[in-house]
Ligand binder design. Structure first.
Ligand code: NOJ
Length: 538
């Protein structure tokens, strides 16, 4: 068997949120054994691999994005042995395994922080970002936490402030310290040695801060705001010049890549929330010596008109160049795409055409659990809210629980996820969309998603091809040409709720097998609402 070392390039990665995928232990929280028991289902979708959100030791204040031991599994999820079994079974099924690495900050109960906060002279004193107050006792500068308030927390033991870009219980590491950088690389190597195929790098542009601790300027009127934080959050009022995306990060990413290159076939995808995300993606993923790929919030945002999509693609081409994007419509941080993009649209047809869009772009794709079922955002009553980000901004921003509720495997009251009431409630409106219900209905979305993914995986031009946009003379349609090794595939996507037509010039040979319908009479292509058209161009 030949191994494709570039499996990630154009690959499809299924994102699993372990707390909510499958609970094998019966405590209401998902776990590794539960995931392993559902890997056949994941493989049946035709994806290339999985990305597991954090499974490491954690006080769970940010549900695992606050790590207290980078080399061990939280007992809530199982053990290292369970993890090895998960990796082994994934590999048997031909699935790669990527794990989250949350190295910009740790949990405040991590032994490194416990030590660092003791005094200003201990061996870990400089492992986190500490600073004296201003003469009036206030924080060192105006930097803000994404989760609200100042990014500085006073520590009454050390009599200094420490930096936290997220929760107070998530202190930021000082990446200017070479020991910190090395410790993280060593921990990553630990997982590579265990056989993982790659990493999703949390907040990859947050690693370094400016040691001058200068105030960030405000965003000038009319200029774009930071992507990745809701706009009712004052964090978006600042231009994040000094707290993010510092140039020193590029050298660290090169060191990381050099280490990963010792493990052929592994990959890293970075999460970029930034004032100028595509510029950052270009910096981080071009040249083949830093990240393999990165994702931004361009499609995790709310706008989604054909004009907006065309603009994102145009900017991607102009700015990202030879860099490599990873597209996602949903993840564990944003409102589910069917609700965010498709609220007013056909609940069955819209999720499929939106997926067809990202499967037709140059780049890799992350598919978040439950998106293949077309799950809408779940309603979580205020008294069941878990997300610390959601509580202070409620009800304007309800936090991230609505996309994190349990996966629905069948239509029993708890969705077949657990035998006890889960940590987040199952939304009754998800039950008719469960895996079992859809498996039994040949017309259900799940079968169409499977068909589309399996078909797309066999189209080299869609997996690997370069992309250009083509003007079809109808602004409602998105026209793309993907080109690979001399083959040119025309893609036309109608994401609107009405039939659309266009005139095709040139000779085309229609591709089918993807499940969409359209008619081509002479040169006139007609696409019913929410349909796509694929053809080779000669
Ligand atoms: C991004 C993660 O996706 C999110 O869930 C988390 O809260 C923050 N980073 C902080 O780690």
């Amino acid at each position: 068997m030949t191994t494709n070392l570039n499996w990630w390039k154009g690959g499809i990665i299924y994102q699993i949120y372990p707390r909510s995928f499958m609970d094998a232990s019966g405590d209401g929280v998902g776990d590794l054994a539960g995931i392993t028991s559902k890997l056949d289902y994941v493989a049946s979708l035709g994806v290339d691999g999985i990305w597991l959100s954090p499974i490491f030791m954690s006080p769970m204040k940010d549900f695992g994005y606050d790590v207290s031991d980078y080399r061990d599994i939280d007992p809530m999820f199982g053990s290292l042995e369970d993890f090895k079994a998960l990796v082994a079974r994934s590999h048997e099924l031909g699935l790669k395994v990527m794990i989250d690495q949350v190295i910009s900050h740790s949990a405040d109960v991590h032994p490194w922080f416990e030590e660092s906060r003791q005094d200003k002279t201990n061996p870990k004193a400089d492992w986190y970002v500490w600073a004296d107050p201003k003469p009036d006792g206030s924080p060192p500068n105006n930097w803000l936490s994404i989760f609200g308030g100042s990014a500085w927390k006073w520590d009454s033991r050390r009599l200094q402030y420490y930096l936290h870009n997220f929760l107070e219980s998530q202190p930021d590491f000082n990446f200017h310290n070479p020991e910190v950088r090395q410790a993280h690389l060593d921990n990553m190597r630990f997982w590579l040695d265990l056989g993982v195929d790659g990493f999703r790098l949390d907040t990859v542009n947050f690693y370094f801060h400016s040691e001058g601790l200068e105030d960030n300027p405000p965003v000038p009127a009319g200029e774009p705001k930071t992507m990745g934080a809701p706009h009712d959050n004052p964090y978006t009022y600042q231009r994040h010049v000094y707290d993010l995306s510092r140039p020193e990060n590029l050298d660290f990413l090169k060191d990381m890549r050099a280490m990963m290159d010792e493990y052929p076939g592994t990959t890293a995808v970075g999460e970029i929330g930034d004032d100028f995300p595509l510029k950052r993606m270009a910096e981080y993923t071009s040249g083949g010596d830093k990240l393999h790929m990165a994702y931004t919030f361009d499609f995790l945002n709310t706008p989604h008109s054909p004009d907006y999509i065309r603009d994102v693609l145009k900017n991607m081409q102009e700015i990202v160049g030879d860099g490599w994007p990873c597209w996602a419509l949903s993840n564990h941080d944003v409102v589910r795409s069917r609700t965010r993009w498709g609220a007013e649209e056909d609940a069955e047809a819209y999720p499929l055409i939106a997926l067809a869009l990202i499967l037709s772009l140059r780049g890799s794709v992350c598919l978040y659990q439950g998106e293949e079922l077309g799950l809408p955002e779940a309603e979580v009553p205020f008294e069941r809210i878990q997300d610390p980000y959601g509580i202070p901004l409620w009800p304007v921003f309800k936090g991230r629980d609505g996309c994190r509720t349990p996966m629905v495997w069948d239509d029993s009251a708890l969705g077949g996820f657990s035998t006890v009431e889960p940590w987040l409630p199952v939304d009754a409106k998800h039950l008719p969309l469960s895996v079992a219900v859809q498996e039994a209905n040949p017309d259900a979305l799940l079968h169409k998603v499977r068909q589309l993914i399996h078909w797309r995986q066999k189209q080299p031009a869609l997996v690997n091809g370069e992309l250009s946009q083509c003007d079809l003379g109808n602004g409602q349609l998105i026209g793309l040409v993907r080109e690979y090794q001399g083959e040119r595939v025309l893609v036309v996507i109608n994401m609107t709720n009405t039939s659309q037509s266009a005139t095709l010039n040139g000779t085309v040979s229609v591709l089918d097998g993807h499940g969409f319908t359209s008619t081509l009479e002479g040169k006139t292509l007609t696409l019913p609402a929410y349909q796509a058209f694929y053809a080779t161009l000669s």
